[in-house]
Design a binder for this molecule. Structure first.
Ligand SMILES: *Cc1c(COP(=O)(O)O)cnc(C)c1O
Length: 378
């Protein structure tokens, strides 16, 4: 299982922080690189790429790619051309695949940045071939997701048309690889093997983070982890094998004691049952903490770590602020100016997500632009 670093090393120290900062996102690039090496080790026969779409899941495309390159990663996946152009500037020598495929008319711009589209239809193969010079492409097969990719029964036709291009990868994507025993996984592998048989000498890729852990080990020639690199748990049925990468700290701006019956926040969703010590922190939904983490009757609310003690959100998450019940926190930690932790070693991404009624991927990719960002170990 993952090695947990002493938390103190990563936590922004109150005395050294800029007084203007109310929220700090710390990205541990050494942990990121370690996670990449862990994934590489789990798929010994395969190359380990990295999915860095959506600004590297919200953690910053440029620093993340630099750290992964230094760790030895040579193949990257982005969603679109614009991300690809940024990625190309960071890694002039890398192989960069664009998962959107070929948007009509985008061929010239893809080619100019030496980006390789993941083509998902016969039409896309044709349009890409029309650029001339047998351009490189991934061929994306749909093994059950119904989102992207050629139907498996078009594999023969795809192989035929692909003579006018240079296929460098055949790929497909799992629907529910995070469910270890889903029958669907085996069916998708079968379907992919059918399509792949038409592209015998071309490297194949099927595994996102969770799929690397499936009993079938569908690693093929290249694995494509994203989430696990950033500290997400690719095995929700077991303890997280990855190191935490993102740490989110917010500052206490105000504290007070309220009497029984007093309400907190917009729409008075929460009121005190007893005398309660509360603290307001300088982070809200505009920073990416979902409003779904608000505290209303009958649902678990978000939590923050205050002096090592988990303190629940109370009332509604507002644009810039969240109010915490700090009754159980050490007094000296629950003071104006002190820092609390919203994400880190103790509060993992999945934890924050389930308390907000969403998935960890969304928590990561929404971490807002208003945070100060610190990169460690890059
Ligand atoms: C996003 C994505 C991945 C990475 O998935 P994770 O679950 O984040 O590891 C891999 N392949 C494709 C096609 C994707 O869209």
């Amino acid at each position: 299982m993952g090695i947990i670093e002493p938390a103190t090393r990563l936590r922004p120290r109150t005395e050294t922080s800029d007084p203007a900062e109310t929220g700090v996102l710390t990205v541990d690039l050494a942990a990121l690189a370690d996670n990449w090496r862990t994934m590489a080790r789990l798929a010994p026969g395969a190359e380990c790429g990295a999915v860095v779409k959506a600004d590297a899941y919200g953690l910053g495309l440029t620093p993340v790619m630099r750290a992964l390159r230094a760790a030895g990663c040579r193949t990257f996946f982005v969603a679109n051309v614009v991300e690809g152009e940024t990625a190309r500037a960071v890694a002039p020598d890398a192989t960069i695949y664009v998962l959107d495929g070929l948007v009509p008319g985008a061929a010239r711009r893809l080619a100019a940045a030496d980006l390789i589209p993941a083509l998902g239809s016969l039409g896309e193969i044709e349009e890409w071939a029309a650029a001339g010079g047998k351009p490189k492409a991934a061929i994306h097969f749909d093994s059950g997701m119904n989102r992207f990719g050629l139907p498996i029964d078009e594999a023969a036709a795809a192989a035929e048309r692909a003579r006018k291009i240079t296929p460098t990868l055949v790929m497909s994507h799992f629907v529910s690889s995070q469910i270890r025993d889903a029958d669907r996984n085996a069916r998708q592998i079968e379907a992919f093997l059918d399509a792949r048989a038409r592209f015998a000498d071309i490297p194949a890729s099927m595994s996102n983070s969770s799929a690397v852990f499936l009993p079938q080990r569908p690693h093929f020639d290249l694995i494509r982890p994203g989430y696990a690199l950033y500290g997400g748990n690719p095995t929700p049925y077991a303890e997280c094998p990855m190191r935490p990468v993102a740490r989110l700290n917010a500052r206490i701006l105000s504290t007070r004691e309220i009497e029984p019956g007093a309400c907190v926040g917009y729409d008075a969703l929460w009121s005190a049952q007893k005398r309660t010590r509360i603290a307001t922190i300088g982070v809200g939904y505009a920073d990416g903490v979902p409003a779904g983490a608000s505290a209303c009757a009958g649902k678990p609310a978000g939590e923050a770590l205050v002096g090592g003690v988990r303190c629940p959100f109370i009332g509604r998450v507002s644009m810039d602020y969240i109010v915490l019940d700090v009754s159980d926190a050490p007094k000296d930690a629950a003071q104006r100016g002190e820092w609390v932790e919203l994400l880190g070693d103790k509060i993992c991404i999945e934890d924050a997500a389930s308390r907000a009624g969403t998935i960890g991927y969304e928590i990561l990719t929404r971490l807002g632009a208003r945070f100060s960002r610190r990169y460690l170990g890059g």
